[in-house]
Write a protein of this length. Structure first.
Length: 268
């Protein structure tokens, strides 16, 4: 049990800015690799913070401000870790340069045109997508804010499992290092979360998100020869947006897909 708590705290500290002021003792590479199991749980914690900020702001301001401050809370909690990865990936992949040069650009801390466009569209799609719920499904906005970070984390296994790290120097902490058992564990947690939120529609959406993440991995690997931490961040952001868009499509034709979590959130 202590080992699992240690691995969870390591993952939480690595993926967020939440202070982990605990003496974890000796940390081995294995602890980081197996800590990947808790990715969806870290997503849940991020989502709870975002949702809480939305609900608090919603008490005194219109919904759109709640949405904006929820996204701001997300950036504060994660240090915009994943958004930065999306920006770097877009700058590198769409630079029309050689593979080696793409990797150099992705490592550059400066933001280019492609990266800026990617970030703007990512934020706009989230704000506009969530605001679309206001007209008829406003009560489900907190659930969507909660689930989006979970979606981004639960499909990471499709991106990193048996993947290749493309740089000669550097460390891909999770790239190609997680075990099959850890992968299955993240999938089970992800499927459980999606089913609780959206019932059987959630399982279908999980399959589509996982498939998208794998195709994204194939596409990026074809460009730069492997997967980096930036690519993981980009995949997380894209999965969040895709979940939002899929729920909006379902709403258009079938209404909101209500699960157990949806009924609980309605009471907030």
């Amino acid at each position: 049990m202590k080992t699992q708590i240690k691995r969870f705290l390591l993952t939480l500290g690595f993926m967020t800015r939440i202070p982990v002021n605990v003496d974890l003792g000796e940390v081995k590479d294995e602890d980081m690799h197996k800590g990947f199991l808790y990715y969806p749980v870290v997503g849940l914690i991020i989502g709870i913070v975002d949702m809480a900020v939305y609900l608090l702001v919603r008490l005194i301001l219109p919904p759109v401000f709640g949405i904006i401050f929820a996204l701001l809370a997300n950036f504060c909690v994660t240090g915009a870790f994943h958004l930065d990865g999306l920006s770097d990936t877009a700058d590198g992949i769409y630079s029309a340069r050689t593979r080696e040069r793409m990797l150099e650009i992705m490592k550059d801390s400066r933001i280019g045109t492609n990266g800026a466009i990617a970030m703007c569209f990512d934020i706009m799609l989230k704000v506009c997508g969530l605001y679309t719920f206001v007209a008829e499904y406003e009560k489900f906005i907190p659930l969507m804010i909660l689930m989006m970070p979970i979606a981004g984390k639960m499909v990471q296994g499709a991106i990193v499992y048996k993947a290749i790290y493309p740089r000669e120097k550097g460390i891909g902490i999770y790239v190609g290092t997680i075990s099959f058992g850890t992968l299955i564990g993240t999938m089970v947690l992800g499927i459980a979360a999606m089913f609780a939120a959206y019932a059987w529609w959630g399982i279908l959406m999980y399959g589509l998100l996982f498939g998208f993440a794998y195709l994204f991995r194939v596409y990026i690997t074809g460009k730069i020869g492997g997967i980096t931490g930036d690519v993981m961040g980009a995949g997380s952001e894209l999965a969040e947006v895709l979940l939002l868009l899929m729920v909006l499509v379902i709403i258009r034709f079938r209404g909101f897909p209500i699960g157990i979590s949806s009924r609980i959130i309605e009471l907030l």
